[in-house]
Design a protein around this ligand. Structure first.
Ligand SMILES: Nc1ncnc2c1ncn2[C@@H]1O[C@H](COP(=O)(O)OP(=O)(O)O)[C@@H](O)[C@H]1O
Ligand SMILES: [Mg+2]
Length: 249
């Protein structure tokens, strides 16, 4: 088998005396999309933040393309250049235009020259229906459009993998579809992704595997159909039953 793009090995993390991640193992192959599901507080965001080196881990390691990134000698900035992270709340720079938001990272990091970054940024914005908004400030855009810009910005830097943390959960329901459409397109392009989400039908459609996180452990992982149709663990069954009762599936 070829080297996974991301290999998470025994990742453990506490906040104070609260154990939040407990020996997480997960390999993400090239072009693979993993949906990370689990109740609020189960550790999804913390796991993504540990991978992006936004949190220091207590034990274990994360490898990117076979190289350890959770070593003190590794520059977090250099790692973050190779990973794209999109948060629940669109973290666009409010004082900058859409196109500047999209190109800034690639230009500043030296990944691309300005001309190339502009070309790629414009092409992506056009493709995702945002071409007419490139000179606008983010506050002129709807939440859904802002989140689409955030996704374009992450993708514009040609990351090795994208980490998406509940990218639709701050949106009005009618805006969710357009944002998911971009994620679907990125998957179609072969983007490697870990997608923390509460959108079960979307997870089922777009993910190659679904990992269910419970109290800081991946207690079940498998194909979306298998995990969602015939969950093996009582914790997974309970979680899915609760979502069903809430009309979320
Ligand atoms: N910076 C922090 N300091 C202390 N506790 C935290 C911090 N971030 C997250 N936690 C705790 O870690 C647990 C997992 O949180 P989180 O990773 O945000 O879960 P999820 O994204 O699945 O909802 C929660 O109990 C949360 O309160
Ligand atoms: Mg979270």
């Amino acid at each position: 088998m070829s080297t996974p793009v991301l290999s998470i090995q025994g990742v453990t993390k506490s906040f104070g005396d609260r154990l939040v991640l407990s020996g997480i193992d997960l390999d993400v192959a090239e072009h693979e999309a993993i949906a990370l599901i689990g109740a609020s507080g189960s550790g999804k965001s913390t796991l993504l933040r540990c991978i992006d080196l936004l949190e220091e881990i207590d034990d274990g390691d994360v490898f990117l393309d076979g190289e350890v990134i959770t070593d003190p000698s590794v520059s977090p900035v250099a790692v973050r250049r190779r990973l794209g992270f999109v948060f629940q709340a669109f973290n666009l720079f409010p004082h900058m235009s859409v196109i500047d938001n999209v190109t800034l990272g690639a230009i500043r990091s030296g990944t691309m020259r300005k001309k190339e970054a502009l070309e790629r940024g414009r092409e992506l914005l056009d493709r995702f229906g945002l071409g007419e908004r490139e000179e606008d400030r983010p506050d002129r855009l709807s939440g859904g459009q802002q989140q689409r810009v955030a996704l374009v910005r992450a993708f514009a830097c040609r990351p090795r993998a994208l980490l998406l943390d509940e990218v639709t959960s701050a949106l009005d329901p009618e805006l969710v579809g357009d944002v998911l459409e971009i994620v679907r397109e990125l998957k179609g392009e072969g983007m490697t992704m870990i997608i923390a989400t509460h959108e079960m039908s979307f997870a089922r459609e777009v993910a190659d595997r679904v990992a269910f996180l419970h109290e800081g452990q991946i207690v079940e992982i498998g194909s979306p159909d298998r995990v969602m149709e015939s969950p093996e663990r009582p914790e997974t069954r309970r979680f899915l039953r609760r979502l069903l009762a809430a009309g979320r599936i």
